[in-house]
Design a binder for this molecule. Structure first.
Ligand code: NAD
Ligand code: LMR
Length: 317
C-alpha cells in the first residue's frame, strides 16, 4: 500500500486529482498540501472527499498540511502547485514564475523524501521537470512530468471519434513539447492493432486539423471554462496507477533523455517511457525522418526556454 501526496491541492487540478487518485486500490494514505492560510479550505476538501469515500466505499486515510516536509515517506509526490495560464497566454509565459516555486519545492523534497517519485504537472511541464531534476538532486528515473500524455489522449479521442471505434482500439502518441512544437507519431498510430496508414480511410483523415485541435485544446478549454481539470485529473490517476501497480505500461511523459531518440538527448521532454514502481525509463526508438526533424525542433525550443529559466534562477537564488 502506498502514500501519495498532492502539492497544490487547493487548486483546480490538485483537488480533482485527489478524487481520481483515491479510486486507485494501492493507495492507503493521501496527503493534501496547500499554502499557509489555506487550512480551512484544505479541511473542507478532506471532509468533502471523505463523504465521497463513504458513499463509494473507499478506504483511504486522508490528511492535510501546509508543510511539504509532511510529504516524507510518500511513494509518489505530485506537484500541481503554481500559476496556471490565463486566456491569451502561452504555457511558456509561466516558466520563470513557476520555476521559482518548483526549484524551492524540489530542493525540500530532495532532502526530505529522497526515495520518492516526483511527478510534475505544473506548466510549462517539460521545463519544470528539468528544474525539479536539477534542484532535487534525485535520479532521473524518480522525476517525470505529465508531458504529452494528455495530448496523446486528446488525439486518441479525436481518432476514435473519426473512425467510430472505441477509444481502447486506438493507440497513438504525441512526443516533444507539451506545447506548440509537439510532434504526432503517425508511424506509431494503430487502430485495432492495424497501422493507421494501412487503412484505406486514412487518406481522408484531416490530419492537420486534428493536430491543431490538440495543440489548442488547453487554450480553448481555459477560454471557455477557466481551467482544464477532468482531462489532467484522469491522466494523473492513470500514471499513479501505473507506478503503484508496477504495471510497466509505456506512456508518453516528460522525462530526462540521454540520447535515446536518434542520438538526441540531454533534455527533459515528452517521450515514450516504461513506467513502474521504480520510476520512469525512456524507451529508445527510431522514428520516420519527418518525425525526427519535428522532434529536433521541439527539443531545440525546450532547451532554449529551459536554459533561459536556469540562468535566471541562478541569478535570484
Ligand atoms: N501538464 C498539464 O497537462 C497540465 C494540465 C492542467 C494544469 N496544468 C498546470 O498545473 C498548474 C495548476 O493548475 P490549476 O488549474 O490547478 O491552477 P490553480 O490556480 O487552480 O491552482 C494552483 C495551485 O498552486 C498553488 N500555488 C500557487 N502559487 C504558489 C506558490 N507560490 N507556492 C506554492 N503553491 C502555489 C495554489 O495555492 C493552488 O493550490 C498550472 O501551472 C497549470 O498550467 C498542467
Ligand atoms: O493548457 C493549459 O494551460 C493546461 C494544460 O497544459 C492542458 O493542456 O490542459
Amino acid at each position: 500500500m502506498a502514500k501519495v501526496t498532492i502539492l497544490g491541492a487547493t487548486g483546480n487540478v490538485g483537488v480533482f486529482a485527489a478524487h481520481t487518485i483515491s479510486e486507485i486500490p494501492y493507495v492507503s494514505d493521501m496527503l493534501l498540501v496547500g499554502r499557509p492560510g489555506r487550512e480551512d479550505f484544505l479541511a473542507g476538501c478532506c471532509r468533502d472527499l471523505s463523504d465521497s469515500f463513504a458513499a463509494r466505499g473507499t478506504d483511504v486515510r486522508l490528511s492535510y498540511s501546509t508543510s511539504i516536509l509532511d510529504a516524507k515517506d510518500s511513494d509518489v509526490i505530485i506537484c500541481t502547485a503554481g500559476v496556471p495560464r490565463r486566456p491569451g497566454q502561452d504555457r511558456n509565459d509561466l516558466a520563470f514564475e513557476n520555476a521559482k516555486i518548483i526549484a524551492e519545492t524540489a530542493e525540500t523534497i530532495g532532502r526530505s523524501s529522497p526515495d520518492a517519485i516526483l511527478f510534475l504537472v505544473t506548466n510549462p511541464v517539460d521545463v519544470m521537470t528539468a528544474v525539479a531534476l536539477k534542484y532535487s538532486g534525485l535520479q532521473p528515473r524518480q522525476i517525470f512530468g505529465l508531458g504529452t500524455h494528455l495530448d496523446s489522449m486528446r488525439l486518441k479521442s479525436l481518432i476514435a471519434h473519426y473512425f467510430r471505434v472505441h477509444v481502447s482500439e486506438v493507440h497513438t502518441r504525441i512526443i516533444g513539447e507539451h506545447g506548440d512544437s509537439m510532434v504526432p507519431l503517425w508511424s506509431a498510430t494503430t487502430i485495432g492493432g492495424i497501422r493507421i496508414s494501412n487503412l484505406p480511410t486514412f487518406s481522408g483523415l484531416p490530419v492537420q486539423e486534428m493536430i491543431e485541435t490538440v495543440r489548442t485544446s488547453g487554450e480553448a478549454i481555459i477560454r471557455d471554462k477557466g481551467s482544464t481539470v477532468y482531462g489532467p485529473g484522469e491522466a494523473i490517476a492513470t500514471l499513479i496507477r501505473t507506478i503503484l501497480g508496477d504495471e510497466n505500461r509505456i506512456l508518453t511523459v516528460s522525462s530526462y533523455i540521454k540520447s535515446e531518440i536518434h542520438g538526441i538527448g540531454d533534455v527533459c521532454i515528452g517521450v515514450p517511457a516504461r513506467i513502474n514502481r521504480d520510476g520512469v525509463f525512456p524507451v529508445p526508438l527510431s522514428l520516420e525522418e519527418s518525425e525526427v526533424a519535428g522532434f529536433r525542433e521541439s527539443v531545440k525550443k525546450i532547451r532554449k526556454v529551459t536554459a533561459g529559466v536556469m540562468e535566471r534562477l541562478e541569478e535570484v537564488r
